[in-house]
Design a protein around this ligand. Sequence first.
Ligand SMILES: Cc1ncc(COP(=O)(O)O)c(C=O)c1O
Length: 323
Amino acid sequence: MRFAWNRLEHQYWRHWRTTGASAATGSARPGTAKAWGAHLPFHPELPTWAMDAGADMCLVSVHKMGAGFEQGSVFHVQGDLIDRARLKLCADLLVTTSPNVLLYAAIDGWRRQMVESGHELLGSALQLAKHARDELGRIPGISVMDDELLGAEASHDLDRLQVLLYVSATGASGYQVVDWLRENRRIDLGHNDHRRVLATLSIADDDTTVGALIDALTAWRVEAVDAQAPKMYLPHPRELQLTSVLLPRDAFFGPCERVPIGEAPGRIAAEQVTPYPPGIPVIVPGELIDRGVVEYLRSGIAAGMNVPDASDPTAETLRVVTG
Ligand SMILES: Cc1ncc(COP(=O)(O)O)c(C=O)c1O
């Protein structure tokens, strides 16, 4: 079944929280978000697959680490703790009535490919990732993040196909690195922020693509010897937690107006604003906007931050509740 992932996730969790789990047992063994984990079940050197770890349900975007077409998200359910009828009701609120058979075919094709040759394909990709990690780590000022990510906060294991490069010591921001790679080498890296860039490798990569990445970053480093990242206001994540003063629905559907972002502190948001990455909204409708969030967004956007859902993509103005 294909669905709008975040919204189903949200529906499911809201239901889960309000009912205290979906089954009579009220077990606290939740489902998990595995958007980037479609490939995990198919190679033992990859982190444990949520369902193997005993989750009752997990959500997966096959188009991310699998070979599905975009919008090919699925959920997996096992055991009897999840009320499947309720889950289907949630999904039915969101799914299209005109499913695209190509999406289903790609999901099934990927499943078959993984069953038949997933171990071999992923094994080669992991070898390539090791090579990329070794070579990229030799570039001065670039650190390839690895074990230091483990055991911190809630982290348990690392998918080494995700090659996360910490670039601050070069003086540049992650935004500057990806812009340079796109403009000069036609290489598009999916995720980046002020300090990091992420190269996501997959079964589609080979010596040529990985070689091009190593070569490009080596060339960038020579050229960007005096790089200077624009200053960004980075409050502690706690400071980015705004207070909700109105129901999101009332804020979004009620009377609203657009104001210059500098005038937004003290006003109630009527839209959602989500820097991506990390893909977590800093503002949702109904929250009281404060100066810290505004400075974070302003300085971030000036530095290259991507805010895909803001109604004004430049975020020079924000949609706020009238009055
Ligand atoms: C953690 C996480 N969850 C959910 C999503 C959204 O998934 P989809 O592309 O299936 O809408 C993303 C997308 O990047 C993600 O990173």
